[in-house]
Ligand binder design. Sequence first.
Ligand SMILES: CC(C)(COP(=O)(O)OP(=O)(O)OC[C@H]1O[C@@H](n2cnc3c(N)ncnc32)[C@H](O)[C@@H]1OP(=O)(O)O)[C@@H](O)C(=O)NCCC(=O)NCCS
Length: 244
Amino acid sequence: MPSKRIAVVGAGGFAREVAWLISDIAHDQSRQKLAATMEVAGFLVSDPTKVSERDSDILGDFSWLEKNHVDGLAMGIGSPEVRLRLSQELKRRFPRIPWPALIHPSVKYHESCQFQEGVTIGAGTIATVNVKIEEFAMVNLSCTIAHEATIGAGSVVNPMAAISGGVTIGKGVLVGSHAAILQYISIGDHAVVGSGAMVIKDVAQHTTVMGVPARGVPRAPLKSANNLEPVPNLTLSPASRQVI
Ligand SMILES: CC(C)(COP(=O)(O)OP(=O)(O)OC[C@H]1O[C@@H](n2cnc3c(N)ncnc32)[C@H](O)[C@@H]1OP(=O)(O)O)[C@@H](O)C(=O)NCCC(=O)NCCS
């Protein structure tokens, strides 16, 4: 049975981590003898003139998808704003190419959790019950996401963050590594929570907070974020979470 070929959007370090995530899922599927596994087709970027020496070799820009077949796309970019912008652009240009949710085999979660299209969850993360992670959000390595927490579209939760029960994270939010967000706190759209912050109060949209306890400074609204069109919701059934 041939593998499903997945192209990774981006070519930097995070894109390579997503490629590794895909290969770990593939090894797990082949261990379980599932009908189809997956492999990385390569890396695609929006603008090849901006590829740096830190980036991997690329297949080309997004027009490569006009002449070549892939079975799915994976978002390999760590900036929430860019994740939202590029996912919308690619869905508009290539509406038939799916974005499978990529959940590392070591992730522990209850069946009540919902992971929408384009979500990536790195190794070692635990999501408990009724957690909702919306389209194109990313939860990185070894995070904890407790009961009824919601992570909005395109948001990025970096390694070792602790998201308590009932927390609501809006769309396009960055939660830095090792940050902790206490129970039932809301984080507004496009906010930033600095690494190591301890968030004990709600955070307004477009605000950056840092420190213990976290304190905020307002940020200018991000143009790219304000011009976004809504991304249609698509909830995958549990069986389709890793296999396309
Ligand atoms: C919060 C953050 C976005 C701020 O970035 P920035 O706007 O570029 O901030 P700067 O580096 O210019 O620092 C501005 C000030 O904030 C302080 N600061 C920056 N990050 C901080 C943090 N996480 N906690 C406390 N203070 C912080 C700096 O010391 C500096 O203080 P000063 O003006 O008194 O010198 C960034 O520091 C951060 O924490 N990003 C998350 C990174 C992450 O998760 N990495 C893991 C990747 S896998």
